[in-house]
Design a protein around this ligand. Structure first.
Ligand code: HEC
Length: 127
């Protein structure tokens, strides 16, 4: 069989197309954060000093690169590489990252649940 031809190649195409179609037809999970206020979230992000580690659009910082940039968080599949990216998980992560991923560098900063909802609303509003 010539390389790049035959069933192997067709199978790879089928898998790639199926993955693509699944990605397109799957309705995006709702990233609405109940009770979250993006404006208050932005203020909380500045208060807690998140930009010391993360680059976050709309918030002045120094191009920090300790944690991942948060500008496209809404389209990321997992939080901290461990939790599916859904509103209740983000609210949980923001309150206590080491409880979710014990070896993470992101510290527990004392973010309350209400503040975490606001911060999540802000982060999900970025695209
Ligand atoms: C000391 C540095 C540090 C601070 C301060 C910090 N983070 Fe993080 N953050 C990290 C690191 C490192 C990760 C990657 C976690 C991992 O993969 O274990 C992370 C992960 C995240 C994630 C998950 C992103 C993803 O794609 O997995 C979010 C959301 C997040 N941080 C938001 C915040 C917010 C909001 C604040 C402020 C309340 C904050 N962080 C403060 C270091 C920090």
């Amino acid at each position: 069989m010539q390389p790049g031809r035959g069933p192997g190649r067709r199978l790879r195409w089928a898998i790639a197309s199926a993955a693509l179609l699944a990605g397109c037809s799957e309705s995006p999970p709702s990233l609405h954060v109940a009770g979250g206020d993006a404006g208050r979230g932005k203020a909380a992000i500045e208060r807690y000093g998140c930009p010391a580690c993360h680059t976050i659009p709309g918030i002045p910082g120094y191009g920090a690169n300790v944690g991942p940039p948060l500008g496209k968080l809404a389209s990321r599949a997992y939080l901290g590489g461990v939790l599916p990216n859904l509103p209740h998980n983000l609210v949980r992560w923001l309150q206590d990252p080491p409880a979710v991923a014990p070896r993470t560098v992101m510290p527990r900063l004392g973010v309350s649940e209400a503040e975490a909802r606001d911060v999540a609303a802000y982060l999900y509003s970025l695209h």
